[in-house]
Design a protein around this ligand. Structure first.
Ligand code: CP
Ligand code: NVA
Length: 327
């Protein structure tokens, strides 16, 4: 596998063998890390981390991964650069690509990260846009592969808002790896038709399957993985909560829903999660709508079936593999 110089903007651009190769590399780097074996294979290189939206996991994963590889990092937070305010995206990309060996971008439209990639000579990584979150899906695939030993034929059911970055990206990842992906969502919250068609044709090649359903109980019956994400994503207005709560409530992952799945079914979530009312937004929304949790209940989140923290750790190992392979 030679991925030198490649961008990671969406997993649509990667062949199944390349994704598998990145997961193998992530597994071997994880092994090295656990055994205290240094792997400073990109000593002296540097990466710029642009975050127009906030982050815990993605930022920390990129920083730790880069440092483990011997690299330097510069974090440019939501108010930390001139980009888009006093300087165009194209100019920023050309400036940064003269100083850094790689650039990560988290923010709004996919067209922004594409423009950065177009104007820079170094690999550009998508750390989340409205449309895609490819590094998250690599971590999810590694977590599923570690747990079940394989990806092909596994059935992942995505519950809730499937039209945004996570639903779309998981559909692509599952299609590429020959998995069965079900988007279980209310009307208007499926991934867009064009992407569904694209993923269906990828799935035809890989032996995967894509289904859309409005029925939570029927969908989870033979699920290996039940996955959900927050109902109102970064960048969406707070006013969206009212409509979203009403529409998404039947898709909440709770103990009743889990009891309709298999004993071996696992629960996953990209995080952050409103699984209780212990956060500012979680508390305010729960209070307004008389709920104790939103997209997933505390009981499921804290259960043995929940792999959310293994999944979060794998963000770092998989992001490290992406950097290591593309530099
Ligand atoms: N899952 C994820 O991307 O988390 P952060 O928003 O904390 O980076
Ligand atoms: N859909 C969420 C994912 C967070 C990792 C968001 O965009 O806010």
């Amino acid at each position: 596998m030679n991925l030198k110089g490649r961008d990671l903007l969406t997993l649509l651009d990667f062949a199944p063998e390349e994704i598998e190769g990145l997961l193998d590399l992530a597994a071997s780097l994880k092994d090295k890390k656990k055994n205290g074996i240094l792997h400073r294979m990109h000593e002296g290189k540097n990466i710029a981390l642009i975050f127009e939206k906030t982050s815990t996991r993605t930022r920390c994963a990129f920083e730790v991964a880069a440092h483990d590889l011997g690299m330097g990092t510069t974090y440019l937070g939501p108010t930390g650069s001139q980009m888009g305010i006093k300087e165009t995206i194209a100019d920023t990309a050309r400036v940064l690509s003269g100083m850094y060996d790689a650039i990560e971008y988290r923010g709004y439209g996919q067209e922004i990260v594409e423009e950065i990639a177009r104007y820079s000579d170094v690999p550009v990584y998508n750390g989340l846009t409205n449309e895609f979150h490819p590094t998250q899906v690599l971590a999810d695939l590694l977590t599923i592969r570690e747990h079940f030993g394989a990806l092909k034929g596994m059935h992942l059911v995505y519950m809730g808002d499937a039209r945004f970055n996570m639903g779309r990206s998981l559909m692509i990842g599952c299609a590429k790896m020959g998995m069965h992906f079900t988007a279980c969502a209310p009307e208007g919250y499926f991934p867009d038709k064009e992407l569904v068609e694209t993923c269906k044709s990828i799935a035809q090649e890989t032996g995967g399957e894509i289904t859309l359903s409005h029925d939570p109980y029927a969908s989870v019956k033979d699920a290996d993985v039940i996955y959900t994400d927050i109902w109102v994503s970064m960048g969406e207005p707070q006013e969206a909560w009212e409509e979203r709560i009403n529409l998404m409530k039947p898709y909440q992952v709770n103990a009743d829903l889990m009891s309709h799945a298999k004993d071996t079914t696992i629960f996953m979530h990209c995080l952050p999660s409103y699984h209780n009312d212990q956060t500012d937004i979680g508390a305010a929304v729960c209070k307004t709508y008389g709920m104790t949790a939103l997209e997933v209940t505390d009981e499921v989140f804290e259960s043995k079936q929940s792999l959310v923290f293994e999944e979060a750790e794998n963000r770092m190992h998989t992001i490290k593999a992406v950097i290591a392979a593309t530099l």
